[in-house]
Write a protein that binds this ligand. Structure first.
Ligand code: GRF
Length: 220
């Protein structure tokens, strides 16, 4: 272990009066998004400035709108290619005033324009104990492999898929009679716990990066 140790978020102290501004990117149900929204203003000094979806019919969009959160459907079909879409994504997120971007079931890699606009300021939740089972259908991958414990990971987002520095992980048992659905549901419960937890640590300035290690400083 060597190298520079830097604070992931040293922007300012976030308080209820001056909360961390968060944008959330989704493609689907948005249950992690709701868990984050529930924590904002109660356990975490944060405020959601935008919920962005790349899918028009994502149920999470309506759920966010019902909570009075600004929403945006950014249509991939409206752009000539993936690079142009990534530029538009970066612009929309910057325009929202977000200081942190949370990917929550966003079924799309984020590329250079977004990564460069939010260095060390993009988090993702993945339903496996990374580095095991990256990519799609992580819970099925775990079940098929025969592991005895599964879980979820909150990590910083880098250019590689599901590869960034790990912030928090939670473990759940795999039972003999588990299906993909039952295992996914057990993992999802933990996702809803650790994702808000990771954002709270970020907002409190308690996350430090040393290479690809994330150090959680519980005390000042
Ligand atoms: C979660 O399992 C998350 O880990 C994965 O996509 C799923 C999104 O679920 N990246 P939801 O939309 O938050 O309910």
């Amino acid at each position: 272990m060597s190298g520079e140790v830097r604070r992931a978020w040293a922007g300012r102290v976030c308080t209820p009066a001056d909360p961390l501004r968060v944008a959330i990117c989704i493609s689907g149900t948005g249950s992690n998004m709701l868990a984050l929204l529930d924590s904002f203003g109660s356990t975490t000094p944060a405020r959601c400035v935008l919920v962005l979806s790349d899918r028009e019919g994502a149920p999470g969009l309506a759920r966010a709108a019902a909570r009075g959160v600004p929403t945006l459907f950014l249509d991939p079909a409206a752009y000539p290619n993936r690079a142009a879409y990534q530029e538009a994504l970066a612009q929309a997120l910057v325009a929202s005033g977000a200081e942190l971007v949370c990917l929550a079931g966003f079924m799309r890699l984020v590329k250079a324009p977004v990564l460069e606009a939010f260095p060390d300021r993009i988090l993702n939740i993945h339903p496996a104990l990374l580095p095991a089972f990256p990519g799609l259908h992580a819970q099925k991958q775990a079940l098929d492999y025969g592991v005895k414990v599964a879980g979820c990971t909150v990590h910083f987002v880098t250019a590689g898929m599901d590869e960034g520095p790990i912030v928090l992980q939670a473990v759940v048992p795999v039972r003999d009679d588990d299906s993909e659905e039952t295992l996914s549901a057990r993992i999802l419960q933990e996702e809803h716990r650790i994702y808000p937890g990771a954002v709270a640590l970020f907002a409190a300035g308690r996350l430090w990066l040393e290479g690809r290690r994330v150090l959680v400083r519980w005390e000042e």
